[in-house]
Unconditional design. Structure first.
Length: 100
């Protein structure tokens, strides 16, 4: 058994460790882009803030699609750990709202 980046990798090899990392990054990077885009519009007029939200969300969707297109080009990626980690990373936002 090998431990890589906090994941225990056994029979599946290092691809079982890489797949969850890529799934988490596919959720984190687009949301970081969206947050930075919204942060740049702080203090501007309402129309520019709304336009920034639309542009940020559109960019986030395109970035997510591009990341998944790149991830699926990696040979031997395991889809279940990839999507499970992606869904878990996205659900963090909903649970954070419940905790407030």
């Amino acid at each position: 058994m090998i431990i890589t980046a906090g994941f225990v990798v056994g029979e599946g090899g290092w691809r079982y460790g890489l797949s969850p990392i890529l799934g988490g990054m596919a959720a984190f990077i687009p949301n970081l882009y969206f947050a930075l885009r919204i942060h740049k519009s702080t203090g501007k007029e309402a129309r520019k803030i709304v336009n920034s939200f639309y542009a940020g969300e559109s960019g986030k969707l395109l970035l997510t699609a591009a990341l998944f297109a790149m991830i699926f080009q990696v040979p031997g990626i395991k889809i279940l750990p990839l999507l499970a980690t992606y869904a878990a990373a996205l659900s963090v936002f909903w649970f954070a709202l419940l905790m407030r």
